[in-house]
Design a protein around this ligand. Structure first.
Ligand code: IVH
Length: 680
């Protein structure tokens, strides 16, 4: 190739790569595969290696490789980077808006809402469309020069798009958030744990820490991303004077903005939008800690002005915190119904999202090692939604030398038998099949609401009966020595009659509940339903071969093996026979066999987003009645995804995999067809 042809090809490759970056990071709609993208990058790298004189700083190959520097230089923000006032509830939001209306002298004000992305604020300067400088926010007036570091962030274009009807300003300062996706953060922490490195507490710390590296090669290896939320300096461009017009311009120039910014005309709408984001929070793959509300009109922004470095034209509605720090006092061992030794963190009580947290799950000894936990450590605890609180990380900086390591016991703390960890297992198990702790948990689980639902038989009673030797295995629940029970404190005739009645009533529970109640490993409510629905009777299930179990839709190989093993254990078969002798039902509902003629029979279906016409539970039940297998994650095996309002990543995944999706209207139509039996 002659020099001119090479120059042209290099230019073409750069444009293509930028185009694909734009589609990927801004439009979220990639049109080429990773492999095709990599091939273009490799070709460009090769040509540039052969013709180093053609390398320019805005080439996509120049994102890595800058040498470490001894310190960051200071950057002065010509226009200060402000912070935001906070509001924590609807009333405070309304008070904020009232002040805006009062100062504006009118009530027809346009508001913009944006997610408040939890990352690290930066300023990026483009001159004549080329990336020139990147800086951290610092104290808002002075930040640190992190130009080589931000250059490595792939969602930040090194050269702005022209075309698309926008002209590239002579000077453009873009402001926004460097953040890390939750999924990337988890992967990074897993790698750090494996390498024995300190874990990051959350994606925000990971983003901030990765950005402020004196060696940009470290930054380059971290999965950082960028979302713009404002412009600073603009020279040589005209625009129509609104915040959304600025964001639209940034997108047209190829810069990813905060997603889903929207304009509203009343604070009622703004509040509803804040609630929408709050509900969406957990489903998003990036952390948000609130919603930013801004006045859209820039002339009005200027009129409203700034007090104490906070603009009066914007505020942040902050979500309740889901993470707090507290002190790990101790680690207790609970013995589960499978005999597993489960470490539980005992914490100094701390309020998180309106609930006092005193304990957190630690899963297993590997988790303790992965976190690098010492007794007495300050730890970051997270409680999100209904999830059991868990320890996310250690605040190593708070250590004072008094912390002590925790040693996992090699004996069961309840019965004293050996507790062993088998090859390939993460848990340690008490070897004593008759360990009272195991039995206690088994009984507790058996009588619980989601299992046999024996009313009046709570966990305290389960514990008491086991400890007194009244229950030595699950079948004993149906053979209680009532004379002995009568002698216990608090057991009058009435209580005994009630308890007898509810034990009697539990005998009619369908097979699916009994299977769940038996506590077979890996068989929770969902799998129990799949198995009972498929085999219909205990005998058929017990006789099933490993192949037959594996062939049940929705049942994976691990579950199949666990069920198969359970029914090969003579003790378990004896238990089932005793339960049968007591008259327990060993079949699924009569006549409730899922239809095999429905369009959904045997199909794997996933629900995502909110349905207007019914709850998620109701929708699942209807689907099951039509013979569908309802699962929670989208894979290649999924046949159908029902997409409600504000769907999350599952809808995107379905699109990626080419899985059929139905909106709510189409779903309702399908149900109605199924209900009147005219469906195909
Ligand atoms: S606007 C004057 N918009 O929140 C406007 N900030 O608590 C200044 N942040 O320092 C900020 N998402 O780091 C704005 N959509 C968003 C944001 C956002 C996250 C961060 C930003 C700022 C901090 C203020």
């Amino acid at each position: 190739m002659d020099e001119e042809r090479v120059r042209e090809r290099i230019e073409e490759l750069r444009r293509l790569i930028e185009r694909y970056n734009y589609e990927y990071y801004v439009l979220d709609q990639p049109t080429v595969s990773d492999a095709e993208y990599d091939a273009l990058m490799n070709e460009l790298r090769r040509l540039e290696a052969e013709h180093p004189e053609l390398i320019t700083p805005d080439s996509p190959t120049q994102r890595v490789g800058a040498p470490p520097s001894p310190a960051f230089r200071t950057v002065r923000h010509e226009i200060p980077m402000l912070s935001l006032s906070n509001v924590y509830n609807e009333q405070e939001l309304r008070d904020w808006a009232e002040r805006v209306y009062r100062l504006a002298g009118r009530r027809d004000v346009e508001f913009v809402t944006e997610p408040k992305v939890d990352g690290s604020a930066v300023s990026i300067l483009y001159r004549h469309g080329v990336y020139e400088r990147g800086a951290t926010r610092g104290d808002g007036v002075q930040g640190e020069d992190v130009t080589p570091n931000l250059r490595t962030v792939r969602s930040i274009p090194l050269r702005l798009h022209d075309g698309d009807g926008v002209c590239v300003p002579d000077v453009l300062e873009v402001r926004g958030e460097v953040y890390m996706r939750k999924s990337d953060f988890q992967r990074l922490n897993r790698q750090r744990g494996d390498a024995g490195e300190v874990l990051f507490a959350n994606p925000r710390n990971a983003a901030a820490g990765s950005l402020r590296q004196l060696d940009p090669n470290i930054t380059a290896a971290r999965p950082l991303r960028f979302y713009a939320w404002d412009v600073g300096i603009v020279e040589g461009a005209t625009h129509d004077g609104s915040h959304t017009a600025d964001l639209d311009m940034l997108r047209a120039l190829g810069i990813p903005t905060v997603p889903d910014y929207r304009v509203w005309h009343s604070i009622d709408e703004v509040w509803a939008e804040c609630q929408r984001w709050l509900e969406l929070r957990e489903e998003l793959d990036f952390e948000i800690d609130g919603v930013v509300v801004k006045v859209n009109d820039e002339a009005l922004q200027a009129e409203l002005g700034v007090v104490a470095r906070e603009p009066r034209w914007a505020t942040a509605y902050k979500f309740p915190a889901i993470q707090k720090t507290t002190v790990l006092r101790d680690i207790e061992i609970n013995v589960g119904r499978t005999g597993s030794l489960n470490p539980v963190a005992i914490l100094d009580p701390v309020e998180i999202g309106g609930v006092i947290v005193r304990r957190a799950t630690l899963h297993n000894e590997d988790e303790i090692r992965r976190l690098g936990l010492l007794l007495g450590d300050t730890v970051v605890v997270q409680r999100s939604g209904d999830v059991i609180p868990k320890i996310i990380a250690v605040v190593v900086a708070n250590r004072d030398g008094d912390e002590r390591p925790f040693v996992m016991p090699d004996h069961c703390p309840v019965c004293g038998a050996a507790a062993v960890r088998l090859e390939g297992e993460v848990m340690r198990y008490c070897v004593n099949a008759a360990c009272p702790a195991r039995l206690r948990e088994q009984v507790r689980h058996f009588v619980s609401r989601s299992a046999m639902d024996i009313e009046g038989f709570g966990s305290r009673l389960a514990e008491q009966f086991v400890d007194l030797g009244l229950i030595r295995d699950l079948a004993d629940i149906y053979e209680l020595d009532w004379d002995r029970v009568r002698q216990l404190e608090g057991f009058g005739d009435k209580r005994i009659a009630n308890l007898k009645a509810s034990i009697e009533a539990s005998k009619t529970r369908p097979l699916s509940r009994l299977l769940h109640a038996l506590g077979i490993r890996h068989v929770g409510e969902g799998n129990a339903r799949l198995l009972a629905g498929h085999f219909r009777t205990m005998d058929r299930l017990a006789a099933a071969s490993l192949e037959e179990l594996r062939a049940v839709p929705g049942i994976g190989p691990v579950v199949a093996e666990s069920v198969y093993d359970f029914f090969r254990e003579p003790q378990n078969l004896a238990l089932i026979e005793r339960l049968r002798a007591h008259g327990l039902r060993m079949t699924e509902e009569d006549g409730a066999a899922p239809p095999t003629d429905s369009r959904l029979a045997g199909k794997t279906v996933v629900l995502t987003g909110r349905l207007e016409s019914m709850t998620r539970e109701r929708a699942e039940e209807l689907l099951r009645r039509m013979g569908a297998i309802v699962t929670s994650s989208v894979s290649r095996k999924t046949d159908l995804v029902i997409v409600g309002q504000d769907p999350g990543s599952k809808a995107t995944r379905a699109k990626e995999l080419g899985v059929t999706t139905l909106d709510e209207a189409a779903f309702l139509e399908l149900i109605n067809q199924g209900a009147d039996g005219t469906g195909p």
